[in-house]
Design a protein around this ligand. Structure first.
Ligand code: MN
Length: 711
């Protein structure tokens, strides 16, 4: 019941045919690839029983019919050797050059993608991913030719696999061919997919089509004649084509619109191509004079193009034999764009000015491909090595379950984590890309399988903001940091308030609920936590709030002098920051500066930055180091050393010998050949620790001078 695959011509016969458009040296190259592939596949057979080499040869021949170049034909002949034999990419590259090896590798990569899900949305993503992964259009063309030959020989394959491949062809490959404007391949893929997926429906429908065809041809001929006559009379130059629907498109229309075969098939389609836009409207007027238009069916896609850039006039007429006639009217230019799906997508997506050269070239290339298909164009010009990125703005990656996610180009593992789920983003600690552990900032590439590793206690890191690019990730990280900051600010605020209250001989614990209620009413604040966070962030003064709570008058000046210091532990989080200018460490005399909205910043007592603001007593808080600080603090030191080989290593060893980490180091040899200056940022626990380190460094004979840098 299925068509026989058809006897394949001998290889030698095909080479002769191909030499019709390829140069002799190119044919020779392709022949070498053929013999190499034949040897590699020797002993392997197709499901049909044919020697395996018959398949790559047929694939190459499909591409030769499109007049593809010798690299593409060689790659087509070799397209299965990497997957099915021992041959490596390096070997192909050595024998046939890198472009051919890249093509074979590209096709093999596409083969490795598994299509597990068949939901509609996923099919669309698969199609886009396939296109995105093949940066060279020839890879897609080889893949489509491969699929076409597999479909032509699908009858030999067992039924379950046959159905799966047919479904995949209809879902994935036929739409790609359609999009690329490869109409011949598109229709054959659909008809074969239909044949193998629904053999019974296919049989009924093709029988009906056959018996209706004779009558139909007659009608089409008569209508075409009438149209041509009328246009001639009006003096309009135009090409009129009768359009015949292929089997699967009839079936699809019946199913989608719930129509009978007669209803779908009885519609006659004509396309009329003219030289310019005014002619389009002239044709429309002439035809509406010839046959009556069906009301409500006229659409002007010239004035208002479709989103993908498609332009045409559509109208439906009452035909002479009782059947409707669908008419499309367009210019030559519009026709080309309508046929080159993907290319027209680019052309209209960006404005002409920003349309890059590559896209223009590819558009031309696809157009010339179309011309060759319709038998008019020149055969050699488009055989350039075109690298194109069909979807330049997006990357497509897999989740561990095989679902495809689309992310903007440049997205990192953290963006991926947030796009899966907010909780996954908030708790991610590491990522496995294609089963390999990678840093979270890793930029994702097409086709990668991404697995996020989470930990229940993990939290977003402010540093992620430096490399996430999706709005979702950014806003979730910001939101999280903000809520953490307000918690930490509230804790600091409570300590500041307690300190202010202690001067008034009470404490936060002794304040009654009623006192808080009254304060909230008086100030209009939302909650106690908000007030405490405001104090921590410097938006409210602790002394003022303390007096308000105790319903005392507003005279904080006096108490201020008696307020005891706030203890700084270094573990306050984002509410307390240590100034970058003077880098205070425990043991340094310090002072707190409340900066509105940022919380408290700790400076050293003698920091010049603080001298200016000191005059404003509302902003300055008396602080002291808590007896126990566990955090490591950054401190800067400057060393003048003898400029000798290995001196940096010696200094670094002394520093780590004193249990410190080096956060940053720069060396400048400005003192001439003999001395050099080194700047270190070190991590220390306190002044004592720093003193130990400096002592250890002084012991080195190469060290001339050490100073701590305070500004
Ligand atoms: Mn194959």
């Amino acid at each position: 019941m299925f068509p026989p695959a058809g006897a394949m011509p001998e290889a030698a016969t095909l080479f002769k045919e191909w030499s019709g458009y390829l140069k002799p040296e190119d044919v020779a190259r392709v022949e070498t690839a053929y013999h190499f592939s034949e040897a590699a596949h020797s002993g392997q057979f197709r499901a049909s029983g044919d020697p395996y080499i018959s398949h790559p040869l047929a694939v190459a021949n499909i591409l030769a019919e499109l007049h593809l170049d010798s690299q593409a034909l060689s790659a087509a002949l070799l397209h299965d050797v990497m997957e099915d034999t021992e041959v490596t990419k390096t070997e192909i590259s050595k024998k046939f050059g890198k472009p051919v090896a890249d093509l074979v590798d590209g096709v093999s990569k596409l083969d490795r993608i598994e299509f597990e899900t068949h939901e509609e949305a996923q099919a669309e993503n698969f199609r886009k991913m396939l296109l995105a992964m093949a940066r060279d259009v020839r890879v897609i063309l080889i893949k489509l030719a491969d699929r076409l030959h597999n479909m032509r020989t699908l009858g030999a394959v067992p039924v379950p696999k046959r159905k799966r491949i047919a479904r995949e062809t209809l879902d994935i490959y036929a739409p790609i061919a359609n999009r690329l404007g490869l109409n011949g391949i598109y229709q054959e893929l659909e008809d074969l997919g239909f044949l193998y997926l629904y053999p019974a429906r296919n049989r009924v429908l093709s029988k009906a089509l056959k018996s209706a065809r004779g009558n139909r041809r007659e009608v089409v001929g008569k209508v075409e004649e009438a149209i041509n006559k009328r246009l001639k009379k009006e003096g309009i130059e135009a090409l009129v084509h009768g359009r015949e629907k292929h089997l699967y498109s009839i079936y699809r229309k019946m199913r989608e619109k719930h129509l009978s075969f007669a209803k779908v098939h009885d519609v006659f389609g004509f396309r009329i191509i003219v030289k310019d836009v005014p002619s389009c409207y002239l044709v429309l007027g002439a035809l509406h004079g010839l046959y009556k238009p069906i009301p409500g069916k006229f659409k002007d896609y010239i004035a208002i193009p479709k989103a993908n850039g498609y332009q045409s006039l559509h109208t439906t007429l009452f035909g002479p034999f009782g059947s409707p006639i669908e008419i499309q009217i367009r210019t030559q230019e519009m026709h080309k764009i309508a046929e080159a799906g993907v290319a027209s997508h680019w052309l209209y997506k960006s404005t002409d000015a920003s349309l890059n050269e590559l896209q223009k070239k590819t558009h031309q290339w696809l157009q010339s491909l179309l011309e060759i298909q319709s038998g008019t164009g020149d055969s050699t010009e488009f055989l350039e090595h075109l690298k194109v990125d069909l979807f330049p703005d997006a990357v497509y990656v897999f989740t561990p379950k095989g679902k495809i996610l689309s992310l903007p180009r440049g997205a990192t593992a953290v963006d991926f984590a947030y796009s899966v789920h907010t909780d996954i983003g908030n708790r991610c600690v590491a990522v496995k890309i294609n089963d390999e552990l990678m840093p979270l900032r890793t930029e994702l590439k097409n086709g990668e399988r991404v697995e996020i590793i989470t930990a229940s206690h993990a939290k977003p890191n402010p540093l992620w903001l430096n490399y996430v690019i999706t709005a979702k990730a950014r806003s979730h990280i910001r939101h999280f940091l903000k809520s953490v900051q307000s918690q930490e600010s509230a804790q600091l605020g409570e300590r500041l308030l307690n300190q202010a209250l202690s001067v008034l001989r009470t404490g936060v614990a002794e304040i009654k609920e009623a006192q808080w209620e009254k304060l909230l009413k008086d100030t209009g604040a939302k909650s106690k936590a908000d007030i405490l966070a405001d104090i921590g962030l410097g938006k409210r003064l602790s002394v003022v709030v303390a007096r308000q709570l105790l319903s005392l008058g507003n005279a904080p000046g006096e108490e201020r002098r008696n307020v005891g210091p706030v203890m700084i532990r270094g573990s306050e989080g984002m509410a307390v920051q240590f100034a970058q200018c003077c880098k205070p460490i425990p043991g340094d005399p310090i002072i707190g500066l409340i900066s509105k909205g940022q919380g408290m910043i700790i400076h050293t007592h003698d920091c010049p930055v603080i001298v200016k603001t000191r005059a404003d007593p509302g902003k300055v808080i008396d602080v002291e180091w808590a007896p126990e600080t566990k955090k490591l603090f950054n401190v800067s030191i400057k060393l003048v050393v003898m400029n000798q080989r290995g001196v940096l290593a010696k200094v670094a060893a002394a520093i780590s010998g004193a249990d410190s980490n080096i956060d940053n180091v720069t060396v400048d040899p400005e003192l001439g050949d003999q001395y050099a200056t080194m700047h270190f940022t070190l991590q220390v626990f306190n002044r004592l620790h720093l003193a130990q380190i400096m002592r250890a460094l002084r012991r080195l004979p190469e060290v001339i001078r050490i100073t701590r840098v305070n500004n």
